[in-house]
Write a protein that binds this ligand. Structure first.
Ligand code: G3P
Ligand code: MG
Length: 355
């Protein structure tokens, strides 16, 4: 739609622009492409305008996610353009050895590929003793195929709990996470005697989305709902003390800083004609803002006001809110987006035309 006209307008852009696209509710709904998504990305590629995909989703490696979206949208993408909710966890590898990796069964491979030395999935704990989560409906067959028998499960303490993506077995995961947070120094089968806001081992959530949009007609609850459940139960088990946890993902500044570094590196690759390079440069330090930016304006295109739009607004980026996901006309907005469009292609069109 209107691409040749846009191409002309776009060449006349008088500032350095860059884009960050949300995935669920902007480019895809679950695995189905959203109309206009492919055209929007192709247009930016043609014009050599840098962009990254910045999602609160996860559970796969960045390489796998890039390959899937490239195939689905018919647009070549580099894994270096993909930031998932848990991508910044790579920075925690030197800090923590034994981690409880919570989420889909696939997060084990993600955590190990990132470099964590001793990765435990809650399902391994159920294999060790099923009575730890007595009401889990996981089948014995799945338990046997997906879990691992880990000899040092109870003899070595956990260093951290990392929630990579949405829990697939809430009851069991909540129980096991609370066990670790309230343990004696991170040892399984123990419980500490003191109550405190500070858990026995630190816990990191990679996304705080209360809601997200899949192919169902109504919004679904996400990892933010899981985080809030863990927080409520932790507090009840700790005499009312609120859980001290760490949250990353949109809308946190930590994730926007990380994304900004990635966008700057991607611009360098475009300048050098080196976009096939798959190896990431040195990872940005968590919590460190880029010293300077080549971009006059960065546009975050998203469907979730509480994640994409407020995050961009707080970070000083522009924002394009689309109507293909979480947001519906009439919803209360936490801040004013730069523009609201029917879909991602309309959003790009409006920006490039300087509307
Ligand atoms: O689980 C994924 C979801 O919470 C949001 O993904 O791409 O809309 O940030 P996205
Ligand atoms: Mg979204």
């Amino acid at each position: 739609k209107g691409i040749s006209r846009l191409t002309h307008v776009c060449r006349a852009l008088h500032y350095n622009a860059a884009f960050a696209f949300d995935i669920d509710g902007v480019l895809l709904r679950t695995k189905t492409p959203i109309p206009g998504a492919s055209e929007a990305l192709k247009l930016l590629q043609k014009e050599k305008i840098p962009f990254i995909l910045l999602t609160n989703g996860g559970g796969t490696l960045e390489e796998q996610r890039a390959a899937f979206i490239s195939d689905t949208l018919g647009v070549p993408l580099s894994p270096l353009q993909i930031i998932q909710s848990h991508t910044p966890f790579k920075q925690l590898v030197p800090k923590y050895e034994k981690v409880l990796a919570v989420g889909s069964a696939t997060v084990r491979e993600v955590a190990e590929t990132y470099g964590f030395k001793n990765v435990v999935h809650p399902i391994d704990i159920m294999r060790y003793d099923r009575s730890i989560a007595p009401f889990s409906s996981i089948s014995t067959e799945k338990l046997e195929t997906v879990s691992r028998e880990l000899p040092d499960l109870a003899t070595r303490p956990f260093d951290a709990v990392l929630v990579f993506n949405d829990s697939r077995d809430w009851g069991a995961d909540i129980q096991i996470v609370l066990d670790v947070l309230n343990s004696e120094d991170g040892y399984l089968n123990t419980v500490r005697r003191t109550h405190s806001s500070k858990p026995s081992v630190p816990i990191y959530f990679s996304n705080n989305d209360l809601l997200w949009a899949n192919q169902y007609s109504l919004n679904r609850i996400g990892q933010g709902a899981f985080r809030s459940t863990i927080g409520t139960l932790y507090s009840r088990l700790n005499d009312g003390h609120m859980l001290e946890d760490v949250g990353i993902g949109k809308p946190t500044k930590l994730t926007y800083d990380f994304a900004h570094h990635v966008l700057i590196d991607w611009q360098k690759k475009l300048d050098e004609g080196n976009t096939r390079e798959k190896k990431p440069g040195p990872l940005p330090q968590l919590g460190v803002s880029p010293a300077s930016s080549p971009f006059d304006k960065v546009f975050m295109v998203g469907d979730n006001p509480a994640s994409d739009i407020i995050g961009a607004h707080g970070y000083g980026w522009n924002s394009c809110l689309v109507r293909t996901g979480v947001y519906q006309d009439g919803d209360k907005l936490p801040c004013k987006p730069t523009l609201i469009a029917d879909n991602v292609l309309d959003a790009i069109e409006a920006v490039l035309e300087g509307k």
